[in-house]
Write a protein that binds this ligand. Structure first.
Ligand code: ZN
Ligand code: ZN
Length: 460
């Protein structure tokens, strides 16, 4: 296979299509104004189709897409590292305000109450819902905090141009917690809880709610800085070597999902350790389909009690009543908040079912081949990844409402058994999406003439 060490990209409306090494031209294109100076350019492997590309300079504000499946291979920010570190520092301060100051100040029949997310977690624990308290505590508090601390520290290391030995382990943890940090979902849950509660008590928003809104905005901006991106910064700064072309054939090379480093990997189904960051790398997982099927089936089974059992129990002076997920949606609709009713319905019913159906389609549609079909399959997989965490909405709503209604003797909201089941559905479907390897669809390539003839004989 002919290789080119460095190639020029084709700039398209702020996007740069990266050329695969064997299609790359060695003729240079003048560097864009303000483009970062680059060291030796190496190889980049697409995480969704495994195509190898020769890296090119991307102008600030631009991004490079895979020529085969369209996945974003790299982005280049307009802003320097110091800017991103300041944003991460601000997010940490705002995080403290959001969690330790009241979200809302409530008054009911002369009694007052300040509610915040930490209080909601503590109350859930005290009520004996240990799994629910641990699950929501991790994804709403500990994972976002870990993510911010590691990002702030890593950006500091990159700014000082020195990578301590702990950088590798820190980046592995950062990669692990990233998908499980759900601040935007928690923000939406706060809005839904406030709207649901507005008619039942006098309610004033506290500093926590504004801090959560700011933190959602900051963390969405920071989410672009994943570990592969941080390692790319380290490459650009010359702190680590880029993945250089060693002339090995593509089937003997594998890319690390955590740092993007392309390295020799001789056994297709065996795991090995990344030479750069120490993460486990595999060319392909031998039992990927079995594992995803098991997780999809487990999620489908747990989804039944999540819908049938009560999500919460409301105790008031008028008596007590139990509400399922759909019951909560209908109640929101009755309150006149049809927009929020639709959001909760989408997050609690449409999103989990879409995830289960999409993963089943991805697992079953192995015979569908061709570039166009594989691109559609890749888009479907990206949709499953994107919507993954939003179904956690109703679980957050339940624990937030339990702390807002905590007026013993007057009103109380207790999480029902469906809340933990529903949380498990979200975790299982997210694990299924993470276990699915979209590269396997691209492995099969177009159907050969012999296979087409066999197929037509069978259908006759
Ligand atoms: Zn690709
Ligand atoms: Zn690695």
């Amino acid at each position: 296979m002919p290789r080119a060490g460095q190639s020029a990209g084709l700039a398209l409306a702020g996007k740069t299509m990266l050329a695969p090494p064997d299609e790359a031209e060695t003729s240079g294109q003048p560097a864009q104004d303000g483009a970062l100076e680059s060291g030796p350019m190496g190889l980049i492997a697409c995480q969704h189709c495994d195509t190898l590309h020769a890296a090119v300079d991307v102008e600030p504000g631009g991004m490079a897409l895979c020529t085969r499946c369209g996945y974003v291979l790299m982005r280049r920010s307009r802003f320097p590292l110091s800017f991103w570190q300041s944003i991460a520092g601000c997010a940490l301060i705002v995080f403290a305000i959001a969690n330790f100051f009241p979200l809302v100040h409530l008054t009911m029949l002369g009694k007052t109450l300040d509610a915040n997310f930490i209080g909601a977690l503590w109350l859930t624990w005290e009520n004996g819902h240990f799994i629910l308290a641990i699950m929501t505590g991790l994804i709403g508090f500990w994972f976002p905090l870990t993510q911010l601390c590691f990002l702030f520290w890593a950006l500091g290391c990159l700014r000082r141009n020195s990578l301590p030995p702990d950088f590798r382990a820190a980046m592995r943890i950062y990669t692990l917690v990233g998908p499980w940090s759900m601040v935007p979902v928690l923000m939406l849950a706060i809005i839904v809880s406030i709207v649901k509660f507005a008619g039942l008590a006098t309610l004033e928003p506290g500093p926590g709610v504004w801090a959560f809104a700011v933190m959602t905005f900051l963390m969405t901006a920071l989410s672009r800085l994943d570990s592969v991106r941080l390692w790319q910064y380290a490459e650009t700064e010359g702190l680590v070597a880029p993945s250089l072309d060693t002339g090995l054939p593509e089937d003997k090379l594998a890319a690390c999902h955590a740092c993007g480093y392309v390295q020799a990997h001789h056994l297709r189904d065996e795991a090995s350790q990344c030479e750069r960051c120490g993460s486990v790398i595999r060319k392909r997982h031998a039992h990927m389909r079995t594992r995803v099927w098991a997780l999809v089936l487990a999620a489908a089974i747990v989804y039944i009690p999540a819908n049938v059992l009560p999500m919460m129990e409301i105790r008031s002076l008028m008596g007590s009543s139990e509400h399922t997920i759909l019951g909560g949606v209908i109640e929101l609709w009755r309150l006149g908040s049809w927009d929020l009713a639709l959001i909760v319905f989408a997050a609690s019913v449409v999103v989990p079912i879409t995830k289960l159906v999409a993963l089943t389609v991805l697992l079953c549609g192995r015979r569908w081949r061709g570039e166009g079909t594989q691109r559609q399959r890749t888009r479907l997989y990206e949709l499953v990844e994107f919507i993954g965490q939003w179904s956690m909405l109703d679980v957050f709503v339940v624990i937030l409402m339990s702390v807002m209604a905590n007026f013993p003797g007057m009103s109380q909201i207790i999480a029902g058994p469906a809340a933990a089941s529903f949380g498990m559905v979200v975790v299982l479907t997210m694990l299924a999406a993470m276990s699915y390897d979209p590269r396997t669809g691209w492995d099969m390539g177009p159907r050969t003439p012999a296979e087409t003839t066999d197929e037509s004989k069978r259908t006759r």
